[in-house]
Write a protein that binds this ligand. Structure first.
Ligand code: ATP
Ligand code: MG
Length: 137
């Protein structure tokens, strides 16, 4: 079955949203296969967001991800990559609908609580980066 990489960013952890976020994915029917708290090295954050390295906000984004521990997760289930992105909501706060995680809990694109892989191929790459020892089968 399909798997995706979901990460609660430092602001989501600090605001006490780990439980709420896990509940939303569980309620939808997805299965948690991997979970760990992690302090992120700069080089690791840069590798994760390598596709965005030319963006003006890249430096700030890497600093944000490294600023405090994140909660790294692997979720599994039918169409979990696309459905996970729907549960998370749009990147642009003006477009993130109430009922989504971003639409319910944040207003700033630079402090948007949560990451979700954007395609099956990026999910595989990201899971290999964040869970090099694998996850539960
Ligand atoms: P993510 O990859 O974290 O799930 P996303 O796929 O919705 O988010 P991307 O375009 O991949 O959006 O951007 C990655 C992250 O970079 C965003 O989640 C956000 O934290 C940050 N970001 C994106 N655009 C901006 C911006 N204009 N200003 C500041 N930060 C931004
Ligand atoms: Mg993205």
């Amino acid at each position: 079955t399909e798997r995706t990489y979901i990460m609660i960013k430092p602001d989501g952890v600090q605001r006490g949203l780990i439980g709420t976020i896990i509940q939303r994915f569980e309620q939808r029917g997805f299965i948690l296969r991997g979970l760990k708290m992690m302090s992120v090295e700069k080089s690791h954050a840069e590798a994760h967001y390598a596709d965005l390295s030319s963006k003006p906000f890249f430096g700030g984004l890497v600093e944000y991800i490294c600023s405090a521990p994140v909660c790294a997760m692997c979720w599994e289930g039918k169409d979990v990559v696309k459905t996970g992105r729907k549960i998370i909501g749009a990147t642009n706060p003006l477009a993130s609908e109430p009922g989504t995680i971003r639409g319910d809990f944040c207003i700033d694109v630079g402090r948007n609580i949560i990451h979700g892989s954007d395609a099956v191929e990026s999910a595989q790459k990201e899971l290999a980066l964040w869970f090099p020892d694998g996850v539960c089968e």
